[in-house]
Design a protein around this ligand. Sequence first.
Ligand code: FMN
Length: 394
Amino acid sequence: MAKMFKGKNILFGVTGSIAVYKVIDVIRALVQEGANVSVIMTEASCKFITPLCIESTTGCKVFTDMFKDTFSHIELARKADLFVIAPATANIINKSANGIADDLLSTALLVYRGPLIFAPAMNWRMYENPVTQKNLQYLKTLGAKTVGPEPGLLACGEEGLGRMSEPDKIIEHIRSALTQQDMLNERVLVTAGPTREHIDPIRFISNRSSGKMGYAIARAAARRGAEVTLISGPTYLKIYDNIKLIEINSSDEMYNAVMENLSYATMLIMAAAVADYKPVKTFTEKIHKSNNFIIEFTQTKDILYEVGHLSKRPFVVGFSAETGPKVDRAKEKLFKKNIDMIVFNDISKSNSGFDVDTNEVVIIDRLEQKELPLMSKEEVAMEILNRAMQLKNF
Ligand SMILES: Cc1cc2nc3c(=O)[nH]c(=O)nc-3n(C[C@H](O)[C@H](O)[C@H](O)COP(=O)(O)O)c2cc1C
């Protein structure tokens, strides 16, 4: 696992909501990714879950009493790189917007300067109350970020906007908050996953692409502040609402989606495994069993080639998946398709390429060729974006 939070001090405030049981997963994930987490629990939160439970499940020190550890309110806030309040009650939101400092958490909030995330959780009436809304808006104008709340069934039995976001979504927001925002001016179009070329309504030709590499690139660009649109073939992967998702099936649909969104993009990264061939004819009804059924194929449109040769185009990154160490073929593609960068990967290796969480790639551009060791797809995504940004700003 990539240690994204290595060396980062995260101060985690826990308040009195029934959603408190979800935060153990959040804190554990932060610790696993290398963060030093200190937890402040309010008196009300201790009625829902004990400090002992949080300490023993996460290994993090929990602070509850401002008068027990002298100056803890200053020291904890001073050393924090990020302050997360999850769950955030109506009470802590309304208190902190008004500078009230009457316990350890609210006092540390007043001391703190830096990125701040609230994950509100409350009954929908409390959330939609104009007082809460006004205070939340005010906190946002001061730079605070919010994640959620989500609509759905609330603990009180009512339906509405007030559920705390799920741990993975909160963690993704934390990653963004701790990532350097060097892509704020970029609009990145990413393609990912396989395409399906239908033979009849039931059968299709596809490939082993899981979409993991493209999704990792989309997430990494979004974390760095870019506006991201992901055009994805069928996958089982999840994406958050900070990325616009366009779902497609066939290579023709992929082509259309790329062309329709191209003029808006400053960068196109084509990580999808788009089929090179499609059946000449797609039957509208199921084909019944017979002897020697022969399918005739025709070439699909070469999206990279077409985009590469447009007179006005964004910065273009392609992928070249090969069976074997055929870096030269990838290099040839870079020039033939007239693109800016190409990422070569040897999919014949068991821990690289399709459907695994790691990849071993060579990043090739017109100036250099960089061989990277085996690393997680998250790390590969960061390396690709680093080089693309370097070349763009050259
Ligand atoms: C069972 C129960 C569930 C509660 N859930 C929430 C909640 O989800 N959100 C909220 O804002 N308040 C909730 N409250 C009310 C808060 O616990 C109360 O406002 C408290 O003073 C918050 O203190 P704190 O912000 O210092 O933790 C709940 C109270 C009870 C008894």
